[in-house]
Design a protein around this ligand. Sequence first.
Ligand SMILES: [Zn+2]
Length: 461
Amino acid sequence: MPEEKVRMQFLGATGYVTGSRTLMETKDTRIYVDAGLYQGQKYIEEKNYEPLETDSKKIHAIFLTHAHIDHSGLIPLLVKKGFTGKIFCTPGTKDLLEILLPDAGRLQEEEFRFIGKKKIIEYQLDGPLFNEEDAINSLQYIETVQFNEKIAFRDFFAQFYWAGHILGAANLQLETCGKTFLFSGDIGPRNTVIHKARCDPPGADYIIMESTYGDRLHEEEDFSKKMLDAVNIIIRRKGVLLIPAFAVGRTQLILYVIYCLIKGDNIPHLPVFIDSPMATKATLAYLKYPEEIHKHIIDEKFFEFIKSREIHLIEDVVSSKRLNYFNGPAIIISASGMCSGGRIMHHLFNRIWDRRNLILFVGYQAQGTLGRKIVDGSTRVKIFNRELPVRASLRSIDSFSAHADQAGLVDWLSESCKKKKPQTVFIIHGEEDSRIAFKEYIKFIDPQEIVLPKSEEIFYL
Ligand SMILES: [Zn+2]
């Protein structure tokens, strides 16, 4: 290790939007920034089984930008392999990790049961990557840091800045060996709906930034009107509005849109069920951090609405099953967001064949998922081994992204560059096309160097 240089190695999210992990090493210290799982298609998820490059026992700390599994989901495995260092994150992130990591453990156990003998031999697996117990065990290493608080850890200083992406999500600035490093994590859109808008990032010598939408602009869309139309349809038909939604961020956003429609007398009061234990827990976590929500939303008494009798937060299975006999009009929000598992499957099984109902998609539906099949217009789908006709009406809202688009990413970068001209901008966390397009697009900002790091590539800075 050359004296006073920082060794940085990109271990994930290079040409992908998942598996975020960067190793930083000085003479005395070894840390990870984020430790995410690969998610999505099978060939991408298989990367999770590749052996780790560094002995987990030798990692002193993990600095986490936010709780999404593609940034945090590797932690239980690292702990299982001997990591006993500190995990630094904001308090909101800690609350979400307590919900998301044990769930990830349960999913790994399930996945192991389906993975097939050949793969188990190929990867020399004697069990799942990690289980629920490993995940719960890993939570003891978390240490929370407030936003904007500067902390020292060995030869590093660290500070988290509000990113406007999900509860607790941050940009992270690290300082060591006389240099500054700014990690974007995931950057929220310019016009956030419920989260407080992101703050201006600081300047830095090196910027490591995401590029999920580096090649695209979000389309403008009147999502309130779309929601209003959907609700009006099910009121007329006395049906159920079924919304498959991610538990963290998306569910709370939909609740807010519904709240605004009721408050503005655009729709009547009607029962709203959140039937997802994880979404219920995440919603309660959001209630703990009003300072991370837009101020006008707090003033509007949105939180009182969530706590009101109109909103039914459902955790137990019996109450969930009772919903099968509930006649409309009503709204049921349930996970998973792509209809790839979870309680939404039961609701689809019970309601997709009934013309009175309407299914509203509010997020991206990946290839191969049931959600994608329905969105693509399949007239029959298989749920729980039964072929069912798709007779419910379908609608989509596409503008609920928790990510900045190309213009938003450029804004963020420009603000940092105004404070300090970076030596290098590293572009990660984007599909290859997106990274390349973004690199071309930001040349006008004129950093000294723009780099698209390759998998496992090492830089001495
Ligand atoms: Zn994220």
